[in-house]
Design a protein around this ligand. Structure first.
Ligand code: ZN
Length: 216
């Protein structure tokens, strides 16, 4: 008998999961697994000069709509955007979710990412997820991830069947699309196509393995 697995997809900011592993999340949901998206930061976003990109309400609507498209449950921990701490508080907050939902597989940011929130999120996930069987780090998207170290394309998931769901979910982050433009969507598609080509499929997502026990 096939048992359903409990999956955690962690992201510092609302659109990170869709960009990095939205197709994989949708695939898990389609196969009957339970997926929790753990969003680290508040929904409100302002630039350093005070210009508001999205209000709290706008952000909450976008992130909930996107999670609904993927079929995942959304939890927002409400840390400060651009200032997620690597601290006992962060680790314990993640720990609580891992325990409550009996998480077996975690998807998170790439460890060497250039965004401070992404990096500290994954540092915290590694501490909190010390008993979790598998932890996979999704590929960063420009402008994040331009680091001294290169991403290792170690683990591929064929997302041909869920690529449309991934893009649908991503488009729900209307303020982000406004910020980055249509080129952003094209770049996300181009990479999924590129990773797909590498494994002989139409679309794929790629992961660097932190720990992998059995199949995910
Ligand atoms: Zn981010």
């Amino acid at each position: 008998m096939m048992t359903s697995k409990n999956i955690l997809a962690v992201c510092a900011h609302a659109d990170d999961v869709d960009i990095g592993c939205g197709g994989t999340v949708a695939r898990h949901v389609k196969s009957g697994n339970n997926v929790v998206i753990l969003l680290m930061t508040k929904s409100f976003y302002a630039y350093y000069d005070g210009t508001i990109l999205r209000t709290k309400d706008e952000g909450e609507i976008e992130e909930q709509e996107s999670a609904n498209v993927l079929g995942a449950k959304l939890i927002n921990l409400g840390f400060e955007t651009k200032d997620v701490p690597y601290s006992g508080e962060t680790v314990e907050a993640i720990n609580e979710v891992i325990d409550k939902y009996e998480i077996e597989v975690i998807y998170t940011h790439w460890y060497h990412d250039s965004h401070q929130d992404h990096r500290r999120t994954t540092q915290s996930v590694i501490s909190a997820g010390r008993y979790v069987k598998s932890i996979l780090m999704y590929e960063p998207e420009y402008p994040a991830g331009r680091s001294y170290s290169g991403f290792h394309n170690q683990y591929y998931v064929d997302i041909t069947d869920t690529f449309e769901i991934k893009m649908e979910a991503l488009k729900r982050h209307r303020s982000q699309i406004k910020k980055f433009g249509n080129d952003f969507l094209e770049a996300v598609e181009a990479r999924a196509r590129h990773r797909g080509y590498e494994i002989g499929s139409k679309y794929a997502e790629c992961f660097e393995v932190l720990r992998l026990l059995g199949e995910v």
